[in-house]
Write a protein that binds this ligand. Structure first.
Ligand SMILES: [Zn+2]
Length: 320
């Protein structure tokens, strides 16, 4: 079926202040800037009819309870973000995908407790730092009551960060209990980072596809957005989504700065690319995407997207 509408999900990872982690890590210099920049990002998106999905590191939730309360009241979705090595007293010296199921469970329970006490709501959505995850992650999240997350970054190959997603599904799907690069039947919806699959780039041994993040020094956002929309139209997934990531480390009130300017350029490029193809753009949150994925019965999703069932190849098997 032709794609008539794409859900545009703008997200922000709200990191711990760099004074508490490492100078070269992602994150704001301090929490006063963080609060200002998050509020500015929210305004910028709301002016365009786009509700924001936040993935919040526990310490940032503790730093900004009133701000996130107000943003949620106005339609934002509040999820959990976690870089284990940045969390708490620093005793977890790992990336999320480098942890066992027991360790993932333990750190998620600890982080959830802090999020819940700061923001008076249980986080139902999760994004691991640098999209670092392993085959246990979907099962652990589903078991702990999470409904969804932005877990995967298709084609990413960052071995030292335990983030390998070669061949992963490009569109929202239920997580698989045993193998993360397959769509499965868990009651957990993954909303992959949306990437331009037309080219796999290589840098310092890392491989990745470009996405619409505003951080690039140089990027042809119009070309990336056009390719992404063409690819979604060709795949015609059950839940067509563009998922864009950014961080609370740029001043979104200052459109003279490169990153905020790139962000607006990326948004404009998405709207134009969709408009040219007569596709409607609708702002949506992670929660809406999870609703849409989980409302389809698990069995059907499994049969449709898992390539081989009982030795029979289905038509939708990916050949890429
Ligand atoms: Zn992060």
């Amino acid at each position: 079926m032709a794609v008539s509408e794409i859900l545009l999900v703008v997200t922000m990872d709200c990191e711990r202040a760099r004074t508490e982690t490492r100078d070269d890590a992602s994150g704001p210099p301090d929490y006063a800037s963080s609060a200002r920049w998050i509020a500015a990002y929210d305004r910028l998106n709301r002016d365009r009819g786009l509700p924001v999905s936040y993935f919040i590191h526990p310490e940032a939730a503790v730093a900004h309870p009133a701000l996130f309360h107000d943003l949620a009241r106005d339609g934002a979705c509040l999820g959990l973000h976690l870089h284990p090595w940045k969390f708490g007293d620093g005793r977890w010296k790992a990336h999320f995908g480098g942890m066992t199921a027991a360790e993932q469970r333990e750190i998620l329970i600890a982080a959830t407790r802090i999020h819940e006490s700061a923001l008076q709501q249980k986080p139902l959505y999760f994004r691991p730092g640098t999209f670092s995850a392993n085959d246990m992650t979907y099962s652990v999240l589903a078991e702990l009551g999470f409904r969804g997350g932005s877990i995967s970054a298709p084609e990413r190959f960052y071995r030292e960060l335990c983030a390998i997603w070669i061949g992963a599904p490009a569109d929202p799907h239920r997580g698989h209990a045993a193998f993360r690069q397959l769509a499965g039947t868990l009651d957990f919806a993954d909303m992959p980072l949306t990437v331009d699959l037309s080219e796999i780039l290589e840098k310092n041994g890392r491989r990745f596809c470009r996405d619409l993040r505003p951080d690039y020094q140089e990027a042809d956002y119009e070309a990336i957005a056009g390719n992404i929309v063409d690819q979604i139209a060709a795949r015609a997934p059950a839940v067509p989504v563009i998922n864009i990531v950014t961080h609370n480390d740029n001043d979104y009130s200052n459109l003279d700065e490169r990153v905020p300017r790139n962000f607006v350029r990326a948004l404009d490029a998405v709207f134009k690319a969709c408009d040219r193809r007569s596709i409607r753009v609708r702002g949506a949150t992670m929660a809406t995407v999870a609703d849409r994925v989980l409302e389809a019965p698990a069995e059907a999703a499994g049969l449709q997207t898992v390539g081989i069932i009982h030795g029979t190849r289905t038509a939708s098997q990916r050949s890429r």
